[in-house]
Design a protein around this ligand. Structure first.
Ligand SMILES: [Zn+2]
Length: 425
């Protein structure tokens, strides 16, 4: 089992200066190595259809991959002796980050999902120093011993758990100071694979939507918190005040810091709230069924609609933009994919993803199809069922999780309508 603990660091003036200089040096080298990768990539690819038939081919340069770039660190320290100040493992960790950013852009991660083009890091944009290995006994008496940096004071707001070994450490520069993240490993506890059979009693269906953050199959629901919207006015005021200040001035820098702190506050409010909700949900049941959401699909932009004379007609994007903002504000995807499963694993419980197909279009009581538009927020069926749309979906998600199959049968009247439409067309 691997867990991480984060503490606030309190370095003295000298240590802070040294950390800042490390970050700046690492940033420069990061940009240099990334540029080297791009350079090779641009010079060694060619479109098949634009390759001339007769051309002289120069010997291609060796590809700058991870090990080659790692070996180049030796030369770097000879040419630029000030890099000797940085611990070797920290430099290697930086090379690893270049490798990761670039290979995710070219090849994609283990699921084949490609990330965007890695960007060069501007001033103060390189914020983490990674120690891929650190001595297990580095923590004692409110101080952490880092190689080359020495003892740095930290605020131990909660004790480290016994019986775990410290594997890695990460120093991060945040808006309100420096933090250290310690990664702890417990070899005696293998990653928990809980085998609980879901039944009617011990399981709970959870639907996440726009009206409610989560709606549960036990007829309870939690409203969206909207932390970002609460602070939106304050943020806008601060930002416009900042934009009136001169570029590079001290006043502007201070206002920038205030903006960053406000963003940090919003993120922290949301995170704490997520953990509270996760605990509440896990208290209710042993197996949680959640829908397998694709939020990126949901917040995609609408297709533009064009009229006959070439003018653009309203396509509902402005309403959807408001919706997207609410989605992002709620942070639902992070909650369902990280926080809830993480908490469940610690509690020895299980989160199961369910295909949400049809769960909004059927009745939870009689399982008949009751078509609804996105704007219809109430579910009422001929069988007498009448409840909020989200609660209806939550009950259905539970039923699907327990093995009920929803058949998407079209009513004969629907078919007739389609047929007549087709014949008209
Ligand atoms: Zn019904």
């Amino acid at each position: 089992m691997i867990i991480s603990y984060q503490y606030r660091l309190k370095p003295n003036y000298e240590q802070r200066c040294r950390l800042n200089s490390w970050l700046e040096k690492l940033r420069c080298q990061y940009n240099y190595l990334l540029a080297d990768r791009f350079d090779w990539w641009e010079n060694n690819r060619n479109y098949v259809n634009s390759c001339p038939l007769v051309c002289s081919i120069a010997e291609p340069r060796e590809q700058p991959e991870y090990y080659k770039q790692k070996r180049s660190l030796v030369q770097l320290k000879q040419e630029r002796p000030w890099y000797k100040d940085i611990h070797a493992h920290v430099l290697q960790d930086m090379v690893k980050r270049v490798d990761l950013a670039f290979s995710r852009y070219i090849k994609g991660d283990k699921n084949g999902k490609r990330s965007g083009k890695p960007r060069f890091k501007g001033k103060n944009r390189y914020r983490t120093i990674g120690f891929p290995s650190i001595k297990p006994d580095c923590v004692n008496n409110n101080h952490i011993t880092f190689p080359k940096l020495g003892n740095i004071k930290f605020i131990q707001h909660r004790p480290l758990p016994d019986g775990l070994t410290i594997k890695r450490a990460l120093i991060t520069q945040k808006a309100d100071g420096l933090y250290v993240t310690l990664t702890l490993e417990d070899k005696s506890v293998p990653s928990l694979t809980v085998d609980i059979q879901p039944t009617e009693e011990n399981s709970l269906g959870i639907d996440s939507g726009l009206e409610f953050f989560v709606a549960c199959s036990d007829l309870t629901a939690v409203k969206l918190p909207k932390f970002y919207r609460q602070s939106e006015d304050k943020l806008a005021k601060l930002q416009s005040k900042r934009d009136r200040r001169k570029l590079g001035s001290k006043a502007r820098r201070k206002l920038n810091q205030k903006v960053a702190k406000l963003h940090q506050k919003i993120a922290r409010q949301r995170k704490q709230w997520h953990y509270e909700i996760a605990n509440q949900l896990l208290d209710k049941a042993d197996v949680l069924f959640v829908e397998d959401l694709k939020v990126s699909n949901m917040s995609r932009r609408n297709q533009p609609k064009q009229g006959e004379n070439g003018t653009f007609l309203p396509n509902g994007q402005s309403a959807k933009s408001g919706l997207n903002k609410s989605f992002a504000d709620a942070g639902i995807s992070g909650f369902l994919s990280e926080i809830l499963p993480g908490k469940a694993e610690k509690a020895g419980k299980k989160v199961v993803k369910v295909n949400p197909k049809g769960t909004s279009q059927h009745c939870a009581i009689c399982l008949n199809r009751v078509p609804k538009e996105l704007s219809d927020r109430w579910h009422s069926c001929a069988c007498g069922a009448s409840m909020s749309r989200d609660i209806n979906s939550a009950i259905l998600i539970k039923k699907v999780g327990l093995g009920v199959r929803l058949t998407i049968k079209r009513k004969s009247s629907d078919n007739k309508k389609r047929r007549s439409q087709r014949s008209v067309a």
